[in-house]
Design a protein around this ligand. Structure first.
Ligand SMILES: Cc1cc2nc3c(=O)[nH]c(=O)nc-3n(C[C@H](O)[C@H](O)[C@H](O)COP(=O)(O)OP(=O)(O)OC[C@H]3O[C@@H](n4cnc5c(N)ncnc54)[C@H](O)[C@@H]3O)c2cc1C
Length: 286
């Protein structure tokens, strides 16, 4: 349970952190809350020779709401949960992060760290997909924005280049006629999602005019569910429509079984949790 030896750096600016990443190449790893990286290092599943701790970079922390909702990558779950402005601008964020781990995990774990790690059972990836958030990253070539839909590429893999740092995640606040929800079947010890579902719904009058849904915990990565979305569009968002759409959740998805839940069980739960997420999201949109 003791990690292998590593060199430690604590830069105070993003530029300094990027330059350290460039200098140390594959040997280096960014350290955020450390709630995924440090356990992996203690188990010797990861053995970076250099740790670049970004906790001292003030510009990466905090929430700014100015038309859009900008959350610094180093903002902890607890800070998101307790942010007054977010409770009205995007309450589903607090709802989601309050279900993560326990108080200690929420006090250290960060939104940027969770997205960069891309754990297949993490909660935030599904929500990011349903809300169609944008992920701002910076590297030696400057800044770029990655759409949530392009970010998660495989299990524990993302579109982030090795010399890039996530700086912020940008959301659009929800308005009248829009609703979102995140629900999960949590592992009883870690609280990671055995299955989680996020839903966003927009109603124009009585009709669903936009819908994005995503599932986490069930496959190698969080994934949108286009068949469910298509089935919801143009419908009345009533119980029957939601049941029919939710029945399509998991279609075409690579669903995994493990010691916590079999493939068949997860396939069934994906539909159950999708129905719950959609029902809540439609209720909030009305
Ligand atoms: C007991 C326990 C229970 C948990 N339960 C849940 C749960 O229920 N739901 C859930 O979603 N999560 C859960 N987590 C995970 C936790 O919420 C953290 O979000 C997660 O560990 C990653 O965030 P971090 O800040 O700790 O990142 P770190 O562990 O510091 O880093 C993770 C990876 O991301 C990279 N990285 C970090 N920040 C950046 C950045 N800004 N730019 C580029 N790369 C970066 C690091 O190099 C590393 O590879 C749990 C963790 C523990 C230990």
């Amino acid at each position: 349970m003791i990690p292998s030896a590593f060199e430690y750096h604590a830069p105070t600016s993003v530029a300094e952190a990027i330059s350290l990443l460039g200098k140390h190449g594959d040997e280096a790893k960014i350290l955020a809350g450390g709630h995924s990286l440090l356990p992996a290092m203690k188990l010797r599943l990861a053995a970076p020779g250099v740790l670049i701790d970004i906790n001292k970079i003030a510009e990466l922390r905090g929430v700014v709401i100015n038309g859009s909702v900008n959350i610094g990558s180093m903002t902890t779950w607890a800070a998101i949960e307790q942010h007054e402005g977010l409770r009205s601008a995007l309450p589903v964020l607090g709802e989601t992060v309050s279900q993560i781990g326990d108080l200690q995990v929420r006090n250290r774990g960060t939104l940027g760290g969770s997205l960069a790690h891309a754990d297949p059972s993490a909660d935030a990836p599904a929500l990011i997909l349903a809300l169609d958030a944008a992920i701002r990253v910076r590297g030696p070539g400057g800044e770029r924005t990655i759409a949530a839909g392009d970010f998660f590429t495989d299990m524990l893999s993302t579109a982030l280049e090795p010399d890039e740092i996530i700086t912020a995640i940008v959301f659009r606040p929800l308005g009248a006629g829009e609703g979102a929800a995140y629900v999960k079947f949590a592992h009883p010890a870690s609280r990671y999602a055995i299955v989680g579902a996020a839903a966003y719904v927009k109603l124009d009058g009585a009709k669903v005019s936009a819908c994005r849904v995503a599932v986490t915990g069930a496959g190698p990565k969080a994934e949108r569910q286009p068949e469910v979305e298509q089935a919801m569009l143009g419908g009345d968002g009533g119980d029957e429509a939601i049941a029919a759409a939710s029945a399509k959740a998991g279609e075409g998805m690579d669903i995994l079984g493990d010691i916590h839940a079999s493939e068949d069980y997860r396939r069934a739960m994906v539909k159950v949790y999708m129905k719950r997420a959609l029902t809540t999201a439609v209720g909030r949109a009305r």
